[in-house]
Write a protein that binds this ligand. Structure first.
Ligand code: GRA
Length: 384
């Protein structure tokens, strides 16, 4: 066992930290306030090779691996969690095509996503299908060499701005899980309408609805075979969940750093507030949860780099990091008091952003179900 990062990984982490501190941080508060999509930074992260970290060179990436991507993700989210979502929206569809796509699909769709030339998204959730993915209603009906999509997706990150979407829909609803299929789509075509939605946090990450009305996709946009969609979706969620786990870790770290700095600076009752044991209790708990989350995220990424199954480890990491982030942001806000509650300091943003991690990519309750059902022998978590 080796807990030391290689020189290559340290260099990747330092590059991401430098980029986040110099290019994301200065405008983070304003981007959040103005709910601004930073397309320039989304493109820049592509140019710097952030998305390509898990993509082979033959498709425009650098194949540095999942640990590298987790380090990048943590550094970006530490400075502005909303911009972490940009990473997931490029990498999720690209990785799914890499795993299940035809050679033609890989060549056509992956490089522009990996380089940030096309803005990506993935569309799973629907008004009546959140945790219960199989309850989705969107249909894809085969007609004259095309698939015709009808239905509405909701809470889709990048929906208002995406060029390319990975979409899940039923080709045969009667077959439930086994009748779902996955598609890659150019969204800038007739039949797609978009509606932006507002959320409590992650304001610089545009989110919204995608409605498909007789949206025609060429048959070659089907990924894998008809009926493969649910398994593809579960596989994809395992990748994108790891990204969320890394993002939550970044938020936990940002909140802890803010709390420690404030404890060492603020004086009340004639001493630094770090001297108060109730604050020390919060700091100690923040560190314990954050360190546990970090080791779990790195382990899950390490397993991915060894091409070993890691669904269980990803769920454990995602649950731990999401809870660590929410705890740390809440604790930091308590420690900073009115300054924490004020919009002049980033801690209230950390709290709003942290809450998202208990919901997205399988809520904390869904992760607990996956973990417990694996332990009880009801449903094996590690599949491939
Ligand atoms: O028997 P079978 O051949 O039909 O297969 C079953 C099972 O073996 C079938 O699917 C298979 N299966 C899998 N295959 C491969 C199940 N899990 C896997 C897997 N991991 N790999 C049906 O299985 P089931 O267990 O009966 O399925 P279920 O109970 O309908 O659902 C399972 C579960 C609850 C885990 C699933 O629905 C789930 O993961 N729900 C959470 C949904 C979620 O994570 N949504 C995320 C939305 S996207 C998002 O949040 C974007 C965030 C953006 C950002 O911030 O970055």
């Amino acid at each position: 066992m080796d807990f030391e990062l290689s020189d290559e990984l340290k260099a990747v982490r330092d590059l991401a930290r430098d980029f986040a501190e110099k290019e994301i941080a200065p405008k983070a508060a304003e981007d959040d306030r103005q709910q601004r999509f930073r397309k320039d930074l989304a493109i820049k992260m592509g140019e710097l090779g952030f998305y390509g970290a898990v993509i082979p060179e033959s498709y425009g990436g650098s194949a540095l691996g999942f640990l590298a991507l987790s380090l990048i993700t943590e550094e970006v989210a530490r400075v502005h969690s909303a911009l972490r979502v940009y990473i997931n929206m490029q990498v999720g569809p690209a990785l799914t095509l890499l795993q299940f796509g035809s050679e033609e699909q890989k060549k056509r769709w992956i490089p522009p996503l990996a380089r940030g030339e096309k803005i990506g998204c993935f569309a799973i959730t629907e008004p009546d299908a959140g945790s219960d993915v199989a309850a989705m209603r969107t249909t894809a009906t085969r007609k004259d060499g095309s698939y015709i999509l009808n239905g509405t997706k909701i809470w889709i990150s990048n929906a208002p701005v995406a060029d390319t979407a990975l979409i899940y829909a039923y080709t045969d609803r009667a077959q439930k899980h086994r009748g779902m299929s996955a598609f890659i789509a150019d969204l800038n075509q007739p039949g797609v309408s978009r509606r932006a939605l507002e959320t409590m946090g992650a304001h610089a990450s545009p989110i919204g609805e995608l409605t498909f009305e007789n949206f025609r996709l060429p048959a070659e946009n089907l990924i894998g075979k008809e009926g493969d969609g649910f398994k593809i979706c579960m596989w994809q969620l395992n990748q994108t969940r790891l990204n969320c786990a890394g993002g939550a870790l970044g938020v936990a770290r940002a909140a802890r750093e803010a709390a420690v700095a404030y404890c060492n600076q603020r004086e009340q009752f004639g001493q630094k507030i770090g001297q108060f044991q109730m604050n020390q209790d919060l700091i100690a708990q923040m560190i314990v949860h954050e360190e546990a989350a970090r080791l779990l995220v790195y382990r899950a990424a390490w397993l991915a780099d060894r091409k070993q199954p890691n669904n269980l480890e990803v769920s454990i990491a995602k649950y731990t990091s999401a809870e660590a982030a929410a705890f740390a942001a809440d604790a930091a806000l308590r420690i900073l008091g009115a300054y924490g509650y004020s919009t002049e300091f980033p801690v209230e943003r950390y709290l709003r952003d942290a809450k998202s991690y208990q919901i997205v990519e399988g809520s904390s309750n869904i992760q607990k179900i996956i973990i417990a059902q694996d332990a009880l022998g009801y449903r094996k978590a590690n599949r491939s």
